[in-house]
Structures are given as structure tokens and as C-alpha cells.
Design a protein around this ligand. Structure first.
Ligand SMILES: Cc1ncc(COP(=O)(O)O)c(C=O)c1O
Length: 368
């Protein structure tokens, strides 16, 4: 009888690191640097280097980092930010938190990312920022979007929450835009043991203001220059991320190995498989296949003890929370079709070749 294959297996990732993690957490318990502190400072330096950036500012979540990115770019009430409806909702939260309007643009069918051909026609005099997402770990097509940004003098923000270390034309993502934001939610390619996020930038003034805004708008204790937030990264998470970061490239190779095997094993099935664009080196945060009978396939996988998930079943323009934007079904057809057809298979570096083969066999049985 074959073993169950979980959609995500965090214990398998943590097991070999357990001693180091225990030690780094114990260190924080000893020195009581619970909010920011030396491990966060060190991780910020290391993560900035990993991204090839001047600054990384640690946050309590990726959502907070995105919120502050909007503030740094002076986005406010009445402004518009161009973004994708096919993403986790937090991309849009950041826009809403500052009172601006998310303006959605449909996605490209093969990469699930913002379609550069559709971006320019969405620009209005109110547009303040363009914020695509490197979704599922696959970079969006940066060059044509940067060209539009230049033509219209608009800043680019990269939502890099799912794409730590992904490469666009050989260069690590995270410094193409004025600001990029990462999430260290536990299931991310680089995950904390709790919540975490980072804002990455080459701009000294942005980094300094981000540091102040995450800490009550203050650079000197009890003196507050502007209304700020408590968005600090926890000391323990800085330590945990510092232990994990040196493993990230090896983990990415593991994810890419699994993706390659799925590609080989599923090539002759009716599934639409994720395609890596010629400009991209994906870090395969997710491996998302597509099929019109997605719901039946999901039931079949689950009945055969293979975990799977939906990213994302309902596009943002059709969510109840965004009813006030006045969208209707049919507004973004490529996104809506992707939402109906997408199915995320298990992918993590610890997945063995036998497990990948088991997933493929279960899928092939479905199509028999
Ligand atoms: C694309 C995207 N943006 C933003 C976020 C928000 O990050 P966090 O969960 O750390 O707040 C996430 C992850 O959850 C995400 O996947």
C-alpha cells in the first residue's frame, strides 16, 4: 500500500535543521532580543546580498512590507495601482490599505503572470505604481513592463513573495523595481517558524523610512516623526531565517528537479503543464497544472492520498471584499479560466523520485 503524499511537508524540511534551529532560538531566549535585534540585522544583510540589493528591511509579514511599499511611493486615496487579479489577496490589500484602487489587468495564459501587452491601456492620469507578482516562483516578463514604466514615469514594485532567488534573464529578481517585497510565511521557499517579510530596495531613503515606519514612525525611542506601525520582524524569526538562508539555493535545485520529473512523467497526459518562459528561471514555489476537469482530478488525487491545492479558486475582481470595484464575471477571461482549471501538485525539495512517480501514476490512472 503506498504512503500518503502530503501537499507540503514542513517537518521533513525542519528535521535536519532541528539542532541549529533549537540553538538559535535558545540564543534569543538567553539574550531576549525578541523584537528586531542582532539576528534580524544579520539576516537583513545576508538577504540583501542574496538579492543583489543594497537594503533588505525585515518585517513581521510580507503584507506589511507591501503596505509600506505603497506608502514609500506616496500612493493614497484616489490613486490607482495596476496589478494582477490572479494572486494571493495580500497584493491588493496593500493598495486598499492606503485608500487607493487596484486596477486589474489580465494574465498571460502560459505563465499566469500579468500580460505586458495589456498593461499600457490600463494606465490613466491616476496611475501611481505598477505592481506585478512573480507568481508561483516564475518571474513576470520584466523588460516590457519596465519599458512601460519608463515611458510613463511610473515606479515598479515587484511582489516577490513567492519567488526568492528566481532569475529573469540570468539576474535574480528583487532589484528590477524601485521596491520588492518578500514573504517568509512558513510554506514559502524561504519560510520562518511563524510570520515574516522583507522590503528590498537599492534606495537609501526608502530603506531608512521603511525602518522608521515599521517601528512606530520612529528612529529615536519615544520620538515619532510620522504615524507609523508595529511591523517589526521578531528576533526569533531573524535567527530561523539566518539558519535557513544558506540552504535556499540547494532547496531551489531540489524544487527544479521535481518540476523536471513532473514534466517528463506528465508530458503525455492531457494536462497543461507549467512552461518556463525562455527569459525565466523559476524557483517553482508551486507546480500548477491545468485541466477543465480540475475538480474531479482533485477528488481523485485526494482519494488516492495525494495532497493538492488550488491557487487561486476565485480571482480577486470577483471576491466579495472587492465588490465595490464593480467588476463582473467575464472582465478578465484568461484569469477566470486559470482559476477554474488550476491545480497545485506537491512540490518541495524533500520529495523523492518515488513520490513524484507515485503522483504521476495516480494522475495517469485518472485519465485512463
Ligand atoms: C503573492 C503574495 N503576495 C503577498 C503575500 C503576503 O505575504 P504574508 O503572508 O507574509 O503576509 C503572499 C503570501 O502569503 C503572496 O503569496
Amino acid at each position: 500500500m503506498s504512503q500518503a503524499i502530503p501537499y507540503l511537508d514542513l517537518p521533513a524540511q525542519l528535521r535536519p535543521l532541528r539542532k541549529e534551529l533549537d540553538a538559535v532560538i535558545a540564543k534569543t531566549l538567553d539574550n531576549c532580543s525578541f523584537c528586531l535585534g542582532p539576528d534580524v540585522v544579520q539576516f537583513e544583510k545576508d538577504f540583501a546580498k542574496f538579492c543583489g540589493a543594497k537594503h533588505a528591511v525585515g518585517f513581521n509579514t510580507g503584507t506589511s512590507a507591501l503596505h509600506i511599499a505603497m506608502m514609500l511611493l506616496n500612493v493614497g486615496p484616489g490613486d490607482e495601482v495596476i496589478t494582477t487579479p490572479h494572486t494571493f489577496v495580500a497584493t491588493s490589500w496593500a493598495i486598499s490599505y492606503v485608500g487607493a484602487r487596484p486596477v486589474y489587468v489580465d494574465i498571460d495564459d502560459s505563465t499566469f503572470n500579468l500580460d505586458p501587452k495589456l498593461v499600457e491601456r490600463a494606465i490613466t492620469p491616476k496611475t501611481k505604481v505598477i505592481m506585478p507578482v512573480h507568481l508561483y516562483g516564475h518571474p513576470f516578463d520584466v523588460d516590457p513592463i519596465l519599458e512601460i514604466c519608463r515611458r510613463h514615469k511610473l515606479p515598479l514594485v515587484e511582489d516577490a513573495a513567492q519567488a526568492h532567488g528566481a532569475k529573469y534573464r540570468g539576474r535574480t529578481i528583487g532589484t528590477f523595481g524601485a521596491i520588492s517585497c518578500f514573504s517568509f510565511y512558513p510554506g514559502k521557499n524561504l519560510g520562518a517558524c511563524g510570520e515574516g517579510g522583507a522590503l528590498v530596495t537599492n534606495d537609501d531613503a526608502f530603506a531608512a523610512r521603511a525602518r522608521s515606519l515599521r517601528e512606530h514612525g520612529s528612529t529615536q525611542r519615544y520620538y515619532h516623526d510620522e504615524v507609523g506601525f508595529n511591523y517589526r520582524m521578531e528576533g526569533i524569526q531573524g535567527g530561523v531565517l539566518g539558519v535557513k538562508l544558506p540552504h535556499l539555493n540547494k532547496w531551489t535545485e531540489g524544487r527544479r528537479r521535481v518540476a523536471k520529473r513532473y514534466h517528463e512523467l506528465l508530458a503525455d497526459t492531457p494536462l497543461q503543464l507549467p512552461r518556463e518562459a525562455d527569459f525565466a528561471e523559476s524557483v517553482y514555489h508551486l507546480y500548477v497544472v491545468r485541466h477543465p476537469r480540475r475538480d474531479d482530478l482533485k477528488k481523485h488525487l485526494e482519494a488516492n492520498k495525494v495532497g493538492c491545492a488550488l491557487h487561486y479558486p476565485l480571482p480577486l475582481h470577483l471576491q466579495k471584499c472587492y465588490a465595490s470595484l464593480g467588476h463582473k464575471a467575464g472582465d478578465f477571461p484568461v484569469t477566470e479560466k486559470a482559476a477554474r482549471e488550476c491545480l497545485s501538485l506537491p512540490i518541495y525539495p524533500e520529495l523523492t523520485d518515488e513520490q513524484v512517480q507515485q503522483v504521476a501514476t495516480v494522475i495517469k490512472d485518472f485519465f485512463k
